[in-house]
Design a protein around this ligand. Structure first.
Ligand code: PLP
Length: 217
């Protein structure tokens, strides 16, 4: 399938309920432009400088999503243009985003990353830490938390994936209504259908659109 066909196929499966973020990390601008020409406007990257380089050369009506782990000293490279920072996983990132956003007189939108997987390699607040950090958000007037983000365990066990996404959805329902949250970012190529069924509003899908990634390149 071409990129345009893959996008069309995904849009049909997803329907209007969720926003499809095309995860383009490691992929060259030519391939992103193929997606753009097929009307894709939300792109996700996991390295700040790679995203900033692509932002420079691509059309300016793209919404750029930072979905990776955040190094606070790099926030300055994306602070002026980033649409949504998904992987906020510690208070230090909130403070650093707030500082860079304040310098520019803007508000940066983000989601708090929650650790729902059994693997301990995945970042994020655990549920106890989440309960604490949501009480502190008033300290960051130039950051607006819009919801939650999470990654399920990499497994074929659909029951487990569903349990993990359900836990994230429950947290979203616990804290979201009082705070006007509207983003529940969960689901990737392998598990987005489960995520959708569990209430995802934003799907982060890479390899099903652009093909497998080659990290050795
Ligand atoms: C790479 C990545 C994705 C997309 O993964 P695919 O399996 O290629 O769809 C989604 N979310 C995050 C945080 C990622 O790093």
């Amino acid at each position: 399938m071409t990129i345009a066909e893959s996008l069309e196929d995904l849009r049909t499966k997803i329907g209007p309920k969720a926003t499809l973020i095309a995860v383009s990390k490691t992929k060259p601008v030519e391939l992103l432009m193929e997606a753009y020409d097929a009307d894709q406007r939300h792109f996700g990257e996991n390295k700040i400088q790679e995203m900033a380089q692509k932002y420079e050369v691509m059309p300016k009506d793209i919404h750029w999503h930072m979905i990776g782990h955040i190094q606070t000293n790099k926030i300055k490279y994306m602070a002026s243009f980033v649409h949504l920072v998904h992987g906020v996983d510690r208070s230090k990132v909130l403070a650093a985003l707030n500082k860079e956003a304040a310098k520019l007189g803007r508000i940066i939108d983000c989601t708090l990353q929650v650790h729902i997987a059994q693997e301990d390699t995945k970042f994020g607040f655990d549920l106890d830490e989440l309960a604490e950090v949501v009480q502190t958000l008033g300290q960051y007037p130039n950051v607006r938390v819009r919801g939650l983000m999470g990654m399920a365990t990499f497994t074929d066990d659909h029951t487990q994936i569903r349990e993990e996404f359900t836990a994230l959805h429950n947290a979203f329902e616990t804290y979201g209504p009082d705070r006007g949250w509207e983003v529940l970012s969960m689901g990737m190529s392998g598990d987005y259908e489960i995520a959708l069924a569990c209430g995802a509003t934003h799907l982060r899908i890479g390899s099903s659109i652009f093909g497998a990634r080659n990290y050795s390149a």
